[in-house]
Design a binder for this molecule. Structure first.
Ligand code: BTN
Length: 246
């Protein structure tokens, strides 16, 4: 079970907080709360999820005691920098502050440590607000992550409550922040810059070289046909998994 007081202590500011032992999905819970009229900015976390949701319709394995499963109900961003880009930067800042570990970002917003994905981010709209969900593997579960060879964990002794509090702090602090400082951090930690990648657009597989991200968080790539900017979806390096752009 998560200790609420510890989370609030690490956050350092008053924020409505709900901690659940187990739930289907913290994103689903917050969306439901928002739809039923509870529209205050707030944080909801769970010790485990039975139906953790990932991007592109995937699931997010969420075993007890080892990971962070947190969602924030937030106003929609005021500028054109996606909330997920701000969130990726916020998680990097919090993890470095608490554990000293430097995470890298695989566009769009998967966070990697030592070649393994340790964090995923899923933003969903509800009633003109945003639910920002963050899943962070803090320690490896006893049985590992079967069927997800890319998944890893921070493997830190830092407690989950401190990490949750600091992540929430950095997300909230990033909302009014000028996008330039966030983009600087994002670009410094980009895993893909300079790499050859494959992506699939409208059923057609394309090869490209990554040039960087533009000021709206889009992935700038060089293809045979010229420069393209990818706004959403997923890319793969080498022969890895390829997903369609939405
Ligand atoms: C991804 O890697 O595709 C995104 C994963 C996002 C997982 C988090 S865990 C907390 C929140 N609740 C969910 O059901 N999903 C997000």
């Amino acid at each position: 079970m998560l200790n609420e007081q510890k989370i609030l202590g690490a956050l350092g500011t008053a924020l409505p907080l709900t901690c659940l032992d187990v739930t289907d999905s913290t994103n689903l819970r917050l969306k439901e709360m928002c739809r039923s009229g509870d529209r205050q900015v707030q944080l909801l976390c769970a010790d485990s999820q039975t139906a953790g949701r990932g991007r592109l319709g995937r699931s997010f394995l969420s075993p007890e005691n080892t990971g962070i499963y947190m969602s924030l109900l937030l106003p929609l961003p005021e500028d054109d920098l996606p909330l997920t880009v701000r969130a990726a930067a916020a998680v990097c800042r919090a993890v470095e502050e608490v554990t000293g570990q430097r995470l890298l970002i695989k566009w769009v917003n998967d966070l990697f440590l030592d070649g393994k994905k340790v964090c995923g981010i899923l933003a969903e709209g509800v009633e003109n607000m945003a639910v920002l969900g963050i899943g962070l593997n803090v320690r490896m579960p006893e049985r590992g992550f079967p069927d997800v060879p890319i998944a890893g964990a921070l493997n830190t002794h830092a407690d989950r409550e401190t990490l949750i509090g600091r992540i929430a702090f950095h997300v909230l602090a990033s909302l009014p922040e000028q996008k330039n400082s966030i983009l600087t951090l994002y670009r410094e930690r980009m895993l893909l810059t300079g790499k050859n990648i494959t992506f699939n657009h409208s059923g057609q597989e394309k090869n490209a070289r990554v040039l960087g991200v533009d000021d709206m968080g889009g992935l700038m790539v060089q293809t045979d046909a010229g420069t393209e900017i990818l706004r959403t979806g997923e890319v793969s390096i080498g022969s890895g998994q390829v997903a369609c752009l939405e």
